[in-house]
Design a protein around this ligand. Structure first.
Ligand code: ADP
Ligand code: MG
Length: 234
């Protein structure tokens, strides 16, 4: 039956993730080991220490993001004002956007309906999307955040960046565990985001043009009835 299929899907996802994590952790460990051995031989090159620290940082990122997937908090569904949530996320990134010459333009419709969702999970979704948008614009640019209302059905949140863009070939792989084109990426952000949005009965869609930018559209239902009981690997 359906419940069993869901269980099997989660188990196979868990296995896939576990072997992926093992693989992802081995690379930084190997490089840390190598540089510590070099330090042991003498000649304290600061580059060795920098590399070790940045590899440790990467390990931390992988573990943090993985824990979020493997050990989801029980969902807490509340009535949430998504504009306030977006503004909180923007505040979180304010020092980073300043530093990187990223300007945020906000375009909100008046009277956007509140939605039923787990506030922290949905916040996590937009943190991941924002982080990607900022990382796609190393030389700065504009990120536009827009909300749209679809009557009593759903709301739409659109995040547009002016970054490097994503090739058609790569678009297909977004959301696959550990799919990353970044030297220090974990490739877990979009997978986590997709899982959360799916659990909320919503959708996420990407459109992109190389060196022009990427548009991410998140659609979330307004009513409670779309919320499934399933939550990530729980
Ligand atoms: P990570 O950011 O750790 O690489 P994600 O799951 O967040 O992992 O994203 C996966 C990949 O999707 C990124 O490595 C990047 O290639 C691509 N991507 C996601 N968002 C954007 C964006 N706004 N602009 C360009 N590429 C993006
Ligand atoms: Mg990311």
């Amino acid at each position: 039956n359906e419940e069993l299929i869901q269980k099997v899907e989660k188990l196979s996802l868990a296995g896939q993730l576990a072997s992926g994590v093992a693989h992802e952790i081995r690379n930084p460990l190997t490089s840390i080991k190598g540089f510590v051995q070099l330090l042991q031989k003498g000649g304290g090159n600061p580059f060795y220490v920098d590399t070790i620290l940045s590899e440790i940082h990467r390990l931390e990122d992988i573990v943090t993001e993985f824990l979020m997937l493997a050990k989801p908090q029980p969902r807490q569904i509340e009535e949430v004002n998504i504009v306030l949530l977006l503004q909180q996320v923007i505040t979180l990134f304010s020092s980073q956007t300043n530093l990187k010459n990223v300007e945020i333009v906000e375009k909100y419709v008046i009277d956007l309906p509140r939605i039923y969702c787990d506030e922290n999970q949905i916040k996590q979704v937009f943190i991941n999307i924002f982080k990607n948008a900022i990382e796609a614009m190393p030389n700065g640019g504009i990120i536009t955040i827009q909300t749209l209302s679809h009557g009593t059905d759903s709301i739409q949140i659109r995040v547009v960046d002016q970054g490097c863009g994503i090739t058609t070939e790569r678009l297909k792989h977004l959301g696959e565990p550990f799919y990353s084109t970044k030297e220090k990426g974990t490739g877990l952000g979009l997978m986590i985001s997709q899982t959360i949005i799916h659990d909320h009965g919503g959708t996420i869609h990407f459109e992109s043009a190389i060196n022009i930018g990427t548009t991410v559209d998140v659609i979330l239902p307004i009513t409670k009835s779309h919320l499934t009981n399933a939550s990530t690997l729980a």
